[in-house]
Design a protein. Structure first.
Length: 220
């Protein structure tokens, strides 16, 4: 089996591990986690970092929280997300009421660790969506990870707000060089305006260069 075949097999095993606990975490969370993993797996570590920094900025996670531990607790818990009025309440329940089986956590296989990361990330993403009031495609998190924004919480948050009205896919397509010229210019202008507000000390030339470099296809 070649490299990509091995990667695909690993992801499939992790998705199967998630599916096996669907009765514990709920079918909706299991489906979200499986889809997250299929899309984000090649950049999982970087995507997790992006999710973590913006969720901390928004007060969804605190400095002691760990996304993988949340996923592990969810997989051991008796209650599902749908048992709570909000995702924030569900996270509080996992944080405060579920004691992690530390030995089991430390001795997990790579497949089990990856499954837990996907479950935890999906829980936190739902918390971010709940806080922001709109859905965020997994491809958005991947795009920001590929842009190297893992330590730039305010920039991530600003991008989400700038493209919140159903335009996050346009942002993703911009980074992948997939937009037709008119739409590319519109997204580029939105990013320039965003960075003028976010980083007022930068010159317009510096901002324009930054925005142009966000087209990863043309800057590979």
């Amino acid at each position: 089996m070649g490299f990509w075949g091995s990667v695909g097999s690993f992801v499939s095993s992790a998705v199967s591990a998630i599916s096996s606990v669907a009765s514990s975490i709920g079918s909706a969370l299991a489906s979200s986690a499986g889809n997250f993993l299929k899309v984000a797996s090649p950049w999982l570590g970087s995507v997790m970092q992006v999710i973590e920094v913006v969720s901390t900025l928004l007060g969804i996670l605190n400095s002691k929280d760990n996304i993988e531990e949340l996923g592990a607790k969810a997989m051991e818990a008796d209650k599902k997300p749908e048992d709570f009025d909000s995702n924030a309440e569900y996270i509080d329940y996992l944080r405060n009421d579920i004691e992690l089986d530390r030995e089991k956590f430390e001795n997990a296989t790579d497949v089990e660790k990856t499954a837990r990361q996907a479950v935890g990330a999906s829980i936190v993403i739902k918390g971010i969506e709940e806080k922001k009031g709109f859905e965020i495609p997994v491809t958005t998190w991947v795009a920001m990870a590929k842009l190297g924004l893992g330590d730039k919480a305010e920039e991530i948050d600003k991008i989400l707000d700038t493209f919140k009205d159903g335009k996050l896919e346009d942002f993703v397509d911009y980074t992948e060089g997939k937009l037709e010229v008119k739409k590319e210019l519109e997204v580029g202008d939105s990013l320039v305006e965003m960075y003028q507000e976010l980083e007022p000390s930068m010159s317009i030339e510096e901002i324009e260069d930054k925005v142009m470099n966000m087209d990863l296809k043309n800057n590979a």
